[in-house]
Write a protein that binds this ligand. Structure first.
Ligand SMILES: Cc1cc2nc3c(=O)[nH]c(=O)nc-3n(C[C@H](O)[C@H](O)[C@H](O)COP(=O)(O)O)c2cc1C
Length: 205
């Protein structure tokens, strides 16, 4: 089984990556492959709302790594999205990246796949940022792996996060829960729920 783990930090080897490594170790114990995908530090365009992805399922822009990530989604069983907290939200690059990825591919390619999210931060704003990440997963009918607390880990850099022993335990549990969920979905004999045509009730009449 495969997990794609998106690192939304500008630091390829920062706190977010260290936390992903902790989760990766737990997933490897469950014989799950983990592909850590760094969004990079090159500029990432925001979504321009052109809606061409509704037909193509790809973004019209190919000058960053969004389509590269979209191409990986059909082959995965689980997804992790992780970001440092920037001004009580996710990083700007990650926001642009996820807006375009989920707008283009958030529909059928991800539905009923397992997912987990977490944020790392120095001090405060974690809940708001974690909430922001979960919006993408919940929009896409993904099945969320939880833990025994919010998936928020404290530390300013890759070394410091290990001092947050409670946070480390929380994300380890999230990884184990993700593995369990992926295997449960794969081995389930129950059909996916009925899905009706989507109703779009805009709030302007
Ligand atoms: C632009 C910017 C804004 C930040 N805003 C916050 C914040 O609102 N709350 C907080 O606790 N930490 C904040 N931080 C600290 C980072 O979240 C923290 O250092 C994190 O561990 C960095 O993770 P990384 O190494 O994966 O990039 C901010 C850092 C930067 C660069």
């Amino acid at each position: 089984m495969k997990v794609l783990a998106i690192n939304g930090s500008p630091h390829e080897n920062g706190s977010t990556n260290a936390a992903l490594s902790i989760m990766k170790q737990e997933l490897i114990k469950e014989e799950i492959d983990v592909n850590v995908f760094h969004i990079g530090t090159a500029p990432i365009r925001g979504c321009i709302g052109c809606r061409s992805c509704a037909d193509t399922k790809k973004c019209i822009y190919n000058d960053d790594k969004v389509n590269e990530a979209i191409n990986l989604l059909s082959d995965i069983d689980g997804l992790i999205i992780a970001s440092p907290v920037h001004f009580s939200g996710i990083s700007g690059g990650m926001k642009c990246f996820l807006d375009r990825l989920f707008f283009a591919a958030g529909g059928r390619v991800l539905e009923y796949k397992a997912a987990a999210s977490f944020v790392v931060l120095r001090r405060s704003g974690g809940s708001a940022a974690l909430d922001q990440l979960n919006h993408y997963l919940m929009y896409s009918k993904m099945v969320l792996a939880s833990s025994h607390y919010w998936n928020i880990l404290h530390g300013t850099n890759a070394q410091e996060i290990y001092k947050d022993e409670e946070g480390v335990q929380i994300i380890k549990q999230a990884a184990r829960n993700l593995a369990w969920l992926m295997k449960s979905i794969e081995n389930s004999k129950i059909d996916y729920p009925q899905t009706d045509e989507r109703v779009r009730t805009n709030f302007i009449r």
